[in-house]
Design a protein. Structure first.
Ligand code: PEP
Length: 253
């Protein structure tokens, strides 16, 4: 039985005041969420604020990115050890915005996945196809390539140290959600691909769906057998909406 996880990816949003308010709102409603793990990934500078608000609660926090390097002259970069210093449990790697806007290819993502684990962080490893790739019928080829990059670099067991987020790029921030059937098909494919290397890792690894998930569509996605939670962008910025998705995940167990 895989425990669902709903993680908020706040991206580059918020102010000190709004982040404090959002954290307080999530904390106030978390008592209703019994079985689903709930996590937040604020921008780097707000991580100490999350740490202060969430220490002692059931809510872990994480970064949205990390450097491939451990330390040194890399202006503007943040190392995995710095995230663990501030109590982070998770770190997102390979988000499609990093891949498309900042040129992170499969090799860089595999490197970040490895560096995150070495620092003691659980990677939230994002994969997914663009609209053009889906329309060309190569969705499975793309996600297989992305998953294989990590398996080839670090071994299949490395996937068991974190979670995978299947995020069709055409569904991120667009209001277009994959249908539960479309998402389930890809999630099942990913799990099968992993099972080709290790049945136990495949059985235990949590595969989250991400892409315009909202309280109104979360329940039908979460009820699919291979969808183990969500990585949430826009809807994670309002405590009420985020908690609505967490509740749907909670009720799916
Ligand atoms: C994301 O960026 O990880 C995401 C899923 O965004 P949104 O929920 O806004 O589509």
């Amino acid at each position: 039985m895989r425990q669902p996880l709903v993680a908020g990816n706040w991206k580059m949003n918020g102010s000190l005041a709004s982040v404090r308010e959002l954290l307080a709102g999530i904390k106030a409603g978390i008592g209703d969420i019994k079985k689903c793990e709930v996590a937040v990934c604020p921008p780097y500078v707000f991580i100490p604020v999350a740490q202060e608000a969430l220490s002692g609660s059931s809510i872990p926090w994480g970064g949205q990115n990390l450097s491939t390097e451990v330390s040194g002259a890399f202006t503007g970069e943040v190392a995995g050890s710095m995230l663990t210093d501030f109590g982070c449990t998770y770190v997102i790697v390979g988000h499609s915005e990093r891949r498309t806007l900042y040129g992170e290819d499969d090799a860089v993502v595999a490197d970040k996945h490895a560096v995150a684990r070495e620092a003691g962080l659980k990677p939230i490893f994002c994969i997914g196809e663009t609209l053009e790739e889906r329309e060309s019928g190569i969705t499975e080829e793309v996600v297989a390539r992305q998953v294989d990059a990590v398996i080839n670099a670090s071994g299949v067991e490395s996937l068991g140290d974190g979670v995978i987020a299947y995020e069709p790029v055409w569904a991120i921030g667009t209001g277009k959600t994959a249908t539960p059937e479309q998402a389930q098909d890809v999630h099942a494919f990913i799990r099968e691909r992993i099972a080709g290397h290790s049945a136990s890792v495949a059985e235990n690894v949590r595969i989250l769906y991400g892409g315009s998930m909202k309280p109104g569509n979360a329940a039908e996605l979460m009820e699919k057998p291979d969808i183990d939670g969500g990585l949430i962008g826009g809807a994670a910025l309002k405590a009420e909406d985020f908690l609505g998705i967490c509740k749907a995940a909670d009720d799916s167990v």
